[in-house]
Design a protein around this ligand. Structure first.
Ligand SMILES: [Fe+2]
Ligand SMILES: [Fe+2]
Length: 202
C-alpha cells in the first residue's frame, strides 16, 4: 500500500460523513504530490502526505503512552479524532507550492538545472492551522470541537502573535479544552524533529 492509499484508507475508516469530498478536494489541489516544506523536512514530491502519516503514527504512539500513564484520558483521545486531526492538520499546505527550475554548478563546475519549490500564499491567504480548518469545513467535514481546535493550534506556541493577548488566552484555553490539542502539537513536533530528521550520533 502506498502513502496515498494508506492516508485514504485511514480517513475512510473514521466513517465520517463527507470524508470522500475532503479527499476529492485535496486531490484536486495537489495535496498528494505536494512537499511538506521547501527546505526542511520532507521537501520532496509526496512529502506532505508522508508527513501527515508520520504525524498520525506519532500521535497514536503518544496516545497509547499517555493512556498507560493516565487511563482517564482515553475517552478524550478517540482514535478517529486522532486520525482526523493528525492526517488533516496541514491541508493548508496543499496549494502553496510552485515548482520552479533553477541552475547551480555541480561538483565539476558545470551548470545544471534542478527543481525547487517556492511558497506562494496568494491562492487562499488565511493563515496556517486556521486555513486547514476553513478548508475542511468548506469540503463539508463535520469537525468535532476538539478536532477543530487541535488542527487550529497544531503549531502550538509557534503560531502566537506577540501583539495579541487575546490570541494567547485563546491558545491557553484550547490547551485545556481537550488533551487532543497538545497531543497533536506534540506529534507534529516529534515527527518533524525526530522521525523525519536525519538524526546522526554526535
Ligand atoms: Fe503545520
Ligand atoms: Fe505538520
Amino acid at each position: 500500500m502506498n502513502n496515498k492509499e494508506r492516508f485514504i484508507e485511514l480517513l475512510r475508516a473514521t466513517g465520517r460523513e463527507n470524508i470522500d469530498y475532503v479527499i476529492e478536494d485535496l486531490d484536486a489541489l495537489g495535496f498528494f504530490e505536494a512537499p511538506a516544506s521547501v527546505r526542511n523536512h520532507f521537501n520532496h514530491p509526496g512529502g506532505l502526505v508522508e508527513h501527515s502519516l508520520s504525524v498520525y503514527d506519532a500521535a497514536m504512539a503518544i496516545r497509547e503512552a499517555m493512556i498507560k500513564l493516565k487511563p482517564s484520558v482515553e475517552s478524550q483521545l478517540k482514535p478517529e479524532s486522532i486520525a482526523i486531526a493528525a492526517l488533516l492538520h496541514d491541508v493548508c499546505k496543499a496549494d502553496i507550492y510552485n515548482k520552479v527550475q533553477r541552475a547551480r554548478r555541480n561538483e565539476i563546475g558545470v551548470y545544471e538545472k534542478y527543481d525547487e519549490y517556492q511558497v506562494e500564499y496568494s491562492r487562499f491567504p488565511a493563515g496556517h492551522g486556521e486555513k486547514s480548518v476553513f478548508m475542511l469545513l468548506r469540503s463539508g467535514l463535520d469537525l468535532e470541537d476538539d478536532e477543530l481546535l487541535a488542527i487550529r493550534w497544531h503549531m502550538g506556541p509557534w503560531d502566537l502573535s506577540q501583539n495579541s493577548i487575546d490570541q494567547e488566552r485563546n491558545y491557553r484555553s484550547a490547551q485545556k479544552f481537550s488533551p487532543l490539542v497538545p497531543l497533536i502539537h506534540m506529534a507534529d513536533s516529534a515527527s518533524a524533529s525526530i522521525l523525519e530528521a536525519d538524526v546522526t550520533s554526535a
